[in-house]
Design a protein around this ligand. Structure first.
Ligand code: NAD
Ligand code: WQD
Length: 337
């Protein structure tokens, strides 16, 4: 298939482009590089020996999108482009609604005009909200989100669902990611956060490589086995393969929702211990106050993706640690934008 990947230069996007290319698909990427480097796509091309057509453009730029759809016979769109920092979304809600919600609307309008009606969207476990029981299942209603980032994802899910109800030609696949971590086993592509990492895994990796002194563990008094929060960490290569598998769901009209997670929770302390065990590097840490908005523990019921897409996560916590460390050691300052 010919696939347009928005946000394809980013962390999950670049790994997905690689898996699409190695599965025989052709890929066009549109990304404004506000949180990525074109170097990621160069490396994907080197690793696969295949070319990627790249457009540097904003997802809200309708003329740029029209040009892409006129220049290529696109069969399906995988839509990653968006802003993703939870704390920043509280400070700059308009940016998040403009890029995430507005950008998705402009994309859907351009698709409709071009007659492209297959869309896979990057949603998040955060749409289950604050009060959902674990494990999260796709049959549960969306819950109360606690920040504009999460609300933007819930809004986009609703908008895309409404489009598929109004026009049965559309097929919308909502992929709800749990906590993506890790890097490609080549050590050539990986996560490259700007500034101080918000997320646990890149923070651990930057402490290990000497860019940060000490990890703060946000709270050890939760009602969990060791008192630290538990999450469902999923290897980014498994996640990327989940998108290739999800293409088959775009053959069926309507909206299809899938959790992409492993089905297992791992605590912050267990993550630190696993990193130390796999790499032999000690991670100095201190216990800090709880972080506002953190939930104690959640993980996926990932059985629907298994049954309907034949997808399940194959890589474990030790693979995530090994691959993160290889990427971080090979690229101590990321892509050095
Ligand atoms: P990322 O920031 O690495 O990738 C997003 C990409 O979108 C970047 O390359 C960025 O340059 C691009 N982009 C941002 N605004 C744009 C705009 N206005 N126009 C064009 N391109 C734009 O993040 P990621 O971790 O790869 O996440 C990809 C998607 O998955 C996002 O939609 C994110 O919300 C979603 N998601 C991520 C996680 C996670 O923990 N990483 C979890 C759940 C969902
Ligand atoms: C994991 C655990 C922290 C950093 C976020 C978004 C979510 C989704 C994925 C997009 C938590 C603890 C972290 C640190 C720590 N993104 N931690 N010290 O919060 O589960 O999910 O990314 O959709 O919407 O909220 O991931 O990696 O930030 O945190 O102790 O320096 O690690 O408290 O328990 P989170 P995370």
């Amino acid at each position: 298939m010919n696939i347009l990947v928005t946000g394809g230069a980013g962390y999950i996007g670049s790994h997905t482009v690689l898996e699409l290319l190695t599965s025989g698909h052709n890929v066009v990427v549109l990304d404004n590089l506000c949180n990525a480097s074109a170097e990621s796509l160069k490396r994907v091309e080197q690793l696969t020996g295949k070319a990627v057509t790249f457009y540097k453009a904003d997802i809200r730029d309708r003329a740029a999108l029209d040009k892409v759809f006129k220049s290529h016979r696109i069969d399906a769109v995988i839509h990653f482009a968006g802003l993703k920092a939870v704390g920043e979304s509280v400070a700059k809600p308009l940016d998040y609604y403009s890029v995430n919600v507005g950008g998705s609307v402009v994309l859907a309008q351009a698709m409709a005009q071009a007659g492209v009606t297959k869309l896979i969207f990057s949603s998040s476990a955060t749409v289950y909200g604050e009060d959902a029981p674990v494990p999260y299942k796709e049959t549960m209603p969306r819950g109360k989100t606690s920040n504009p980032y999460g609300t933007s994802k819930a809004m986009i899910e609703q908008i895309l669902t409404d489009i598929s109800i109004a026009d049965p030609q559309w097929s919308v696949v909502l992929l709800r990611y749990f906590n993506p971590v890790g890097a490609h086993p080549s050590g050539q592509i990986g996560e490259d956060p700007q500034g101080i990492p918000n997320n646990l895994m890149p923070f651990i990796a930057q402490v290990a490589v000497g860019r940060r002194e000490c990890l703060s563990i946000f709270g050890d008094d939760y009602d969990t086995e060791d008192g630290t929060c538990e999450r469902d960490y999923v290897h980014v290569v498994d996640l990327a393969k989940g998108h290739v598998s999800a293409l088959q769901a775009t053959e069926r009209s309507g909206t299809h929702i899938y959790n992409l997670g492993t089905g297992t929770g791992t605590s912050v302390k267990q993550m630190v211990e696993a990193f130390e065990r796999v790499t032999g590097v000690t991670i100095p840490y201190q216990i800090a106050p709880r972080r506002a908005g953190d939930l104690p523990a959640f993980w996926a019921d990932a059985s629907k993706a298994g049954k309907e897409l034949g997808w399940c996560a194959e890589l474990g916590i030790e693979d995530m640690m090994r691959d993160t460390w290889r990427w971080q050691q090979n690229n101590p300052t990321g892509y050095s934008r």
